[in-house]
Design a protein around this ligand. Structure first.
Ligand SMILES: Nc1ncnc2c1ncn2[C@@H]1O[C@H](COP(=O)(O)OP(=O)(O)OP(=O)(O)O)[C@@H](O)[C@H]1O
Length: 723
């Protein structure tokens, strides 16, 4: 069966016969086009639908043209809904086959429901002849009356249903037409019906009969909803007062809400008002992307009903604009499961994003693996991230890149520092000490670096040449400061000495020059340093016991690095948090690593230093090395030419995929953290995603009607995407 041929939303109009009790025969206000069977003119307005049925159309013709294709879809595993809408007394219940008389209904008057069931039972019988598969058919019948849902097949049909979407309904097995007749009789006897000026047996409630097709193993293969909406009516025209009037008001409320939902969906609005009424809440599943939807708009030929007829046609017209993307129920379940898995994964990681995006100081570290002895070099720095965070690396990288965009230069620098910290490029800051006492010395993990480098390259693509130069300079300075890490030892000091060292008063202003836009202004690297102390320290090699590592950020600058970077020592101002962290950490009783580990650390240090030197020389053109490791370690060396273009293209395609994945999986609160996406847009995206059953491409997202003006362009720019 070709799934593509049948439009997901089909709209048909059926003209009702003249109401005999009105006692007049007048020309119909509806003119049908003699050529096309799908156009009509009412009040000089043209309307085009999938089908336009005259009053003379038979029930069978209507069924064959409109509903039979739905039954085909039902057996392909799709959820299908047929809904009759229109003014009271225009034949909705008649068309849908929801009326039961004491005498058996004549064959020609059988409506959609009995025909549909007959079709389904015939197919099931044919299927069972050919295969060993056993398929079960059941049906439920609920009504929505006065904004309350009632299970008409339950033992207490007068008690309103509790669950908002009426998921738990009484189902009756259907094996024959007699079963259906019993079901309809039971249901309609419990349904609210009243005599009105317009209809002797006017339905005062919206009725939904759902036929479920079950597989042998108890899985639901598909379902068909047959919806007979109560008729729209002018309260004055029905001549009702009291309870009946209130019924009319509630009927109109439900119809108005369904109207609003359809219009909002058709217009691609961000917020779909499903919750406006119980009717739309119950029908929510059928009015989203999951279902094949068929509307039958029933209209009156009488001129006195012109207003209602035009209103019904307007509704049908807006329904025609709906674009749905039905999914097979089993596939939808699999997709739903997949989505749930992804969402739960994403839900575990926002704390990581938040830290990278909003933290201006430190990145917390997790405990290293148990087998890593104190002070032992850890070959894989990825342990810095919690295991759950490692699962979601692509998302994190996306967020990081994103976090760099749209930030102030200072915040961007901090983000980069944090990124480097996570990648194990630099040692933890003093402000991390309270938590980082458990962190072991690290070796730069080369494999973790290409992404970082590409992210930088990308992030610089949107910078001005000046900004780019400044970024490079700053990175170079950062790299240079990393080359020569030195040590400090608080362990040999008493508490007072430690405090006095840490809280030394700032020197006079002429003691050093402060860089106004330096990395060192962030708490990660804003480490006080006395020029004199630099010479004294090497005499007695000291080790930062808080990290059991020589890569202490306490004193990262040396004469060499200063020479390279051109950075003068910072004045010895000490930030309060540094002092506090130092005090706290000095209280921790951490033992000094054994000599062999110290030796290993020194070796690591020298390897890092050499790599950095090479990288810096390469930047200056002294060493034309293609050593990727060197290039990556420098962080500031730009790969130019063809290779850089290819890398950028590669990066962009990966980035686009990651971005699309994120939009397909993230929840509203995660989406709204993305640059350029606010809470409303995030909500709109999630609604559209649920409507469409997931986004296929960024182009599809771009075409959504939720982007006003150049909003999408701005989102792309803010997220490093090619628009
Ligand atoms: N196409 C038709 N052919 C024959 N009889 C029809 C047709 N359409 C409607 N009727 C008759 O008109 C009467 C009203 O129809 P019906 O109850 O289906 O209207 P309705 O739109 O469901 O009204 P309400 O919204 O008030 O329930 C019924 O007696 C029905 O048999």
């Amino acid at each position: 069966m070709d799934n593509g041929k049948l439009s997901a939303v089909r709209v048909a109009v059926r003209e009702a016969p003249f109401r005999s009790f009105l006692g007049r025969q007048e020309p119909s206000i509806v003119q049908f086009s003699p050529q096309a069977g799908n156009s009509l003119v009412v009040d000089q307005n043209d309307y085009h639908f999938d089908h336009a049925f005259r009053s003379s159309v038979s029930q069978e013709q209507l069924y064959d043209a409109l509903i039979q294709p739905l039954v085909d879809k039902l057996f392909c595993g799709f959820q299908c809904t047929a809904m009759a809408y229109g003014q009271t007394g225009t034949g909705k219940s008649y068309s849908m086959g929801m009326v039961t008389d004491k005498e058996p209904t004549k064959e020609e008057h059988l409506g959609v429901l009995p025909r549909c069931l007959r079709d389904i039972l015939d197919r099931v019988a044919a299927q069972q002849e050919n295969t060993a598969e056993r398929t079960r058919i059941t049906a439920s019948f609920i009504e929505i009356y006065n904004e309350k849902a009632f299970d008409l097949l339950s033992t207490s049909p007068m008690d309103p249903m509790v669950t908002s979407r009426c998921q738990s309904r009484t189902c009756m097995p259907l094996a024959s037409q007699q079963d259906l007749q019993r079901l309809l009789q039971l249901g309609t006897s419990n349904r609210h019906v009243r005599r009105t000026n317009m209809n002797a047996k006017s339905s005062r409630s919206h009725a939904i009969v759902t036929i479920h097709v079950w597989q042998e193993d108890g899985k639901e293969l598909a379902r068909m909803n047959i919806v007979d909406l109560a008729g729209s009516e002018g309260v004055r025209r029905t001549g009702h007062e009291g309870v009946a009037r209130q019924e009319g008001v509630n009927i109109n409320l439900g119809l108005l809400s369904i109207n609003k939902v359809v219009m909002a969906l058709a217009a691609g609005h961000a917020v779909i008002p499903y919750r406006d009424s119980i009717l739309t809440t119950v029908l929510q599943e059928s009015l989203t992307s999951q279902s094949y939807l068929t509307f039958l708009a029933c209209i009156s030929p009488h001129s006195c009903d012109l207003t209602e007829t035009i209103s019904t046609l307007r509704f049908a017209k807006s329904a025609k604009r709906l674009r749905l993307n039905p999914q097979q129920m089993n596939m939808a379940r699999a997709h739903q499961l997949q989505l749930q898995q992804k969402q739960s994964m994403a839900a575990r990681t926002p704390h990581i994003f938040r830290r990278v995006m909003t933290s201006s100081t430190s990145v917390k570290r997790s405990r290293p693996p148990q087998n890593a002895g104190a002070g032992a070099p850890i070959q894989n720095s990825s342990y810095l991230m919690p295991p759950k965070a490692k699962e979601s690396m692509p998302l994190m990288q996306l967020q990081r890149t994103r976090s760099e965009m749209g930030l102030t230069p200072k915040a961007k620098k901090r983000a980069r520092e944090e990124l480097q910290l996570e990648m194990g490029l630099i040692a933890p800051s003093v402000s991390d000490m309270s938590e980082s006492s458990l962190v072991q010395p690290q070796v730069v993990k080369p494999l973790a670096l290409p992404m970082l480098h590409l992210q930088r390259t990308r992030s610089e693509m949107v910078l001005t040449p000046k900004g780019e130069r400044r970024g490079q300079e700053e990175e170079l300075q950062l790299d240079a400061t990393l080359v020569e890490p030195s040590r400090i030892n608080f362990s040999d000091c008493t508490q007072e000495e430690q405090d006095s060292k840490a809280m030394a008063p700032p020197p006079p202003p002429d003691n050093g020059r402060r860089r106004s836009r330096s990395f060192f202004h962030s708490s990660v690297l804003s480490i006080p340093e006395e020029p004199g102390a630099q010479q004294q320290q090497p005499q007695q090699p000291m080790r930062c016991l808080f990290f059991s590592s020589p890569f202490s950020p306490i004193n990262l600058q040396t004469a060499d690095s200063l020479q390279m970077s051109g950075i003068l020592p910072l004045e010895t101002s000490v930030r309060p948090q540094v002092r506090r962290s130092a005090r706290l950490n000095s209280m921790c009783n951490i033992t000094q690593p054994p000599p062999e580990q110290q030796h290993q650390q020194q070796k690591n240090e020298s390897v890092l230093r050499r790599s950095m030197r090479l990288a810096v020389k390469s930047e200056k053109g002294v060493v034309q090395t293609k050593d990727l490791l060197t290039t990556q370690i420098s962080g500031s060396v730009r790969v130019r030419g063809v290779r850089s273009k290819a890398a950028a293209t590669n990066w962009m395609s990966k980035h686009r995929v990651m971005f699309l994945n994120l939009l397909n999986t993230a929840e509203v609160r995660e989406l709204q953290k993305l640059p350029g996406i606010g809470p409303k847009t995030a909500f709109a995206l999630v609604m559209q995603r649920s409507r469409l059953g997931g986004f296929q491409s960024l182009a599809q997202i771009e075409s959504l009607p939720i982007w006003a003006g150049k909003k999408w362009l701005r989102v792309c720019q803010a997220n490093c995407l090619d628009p």
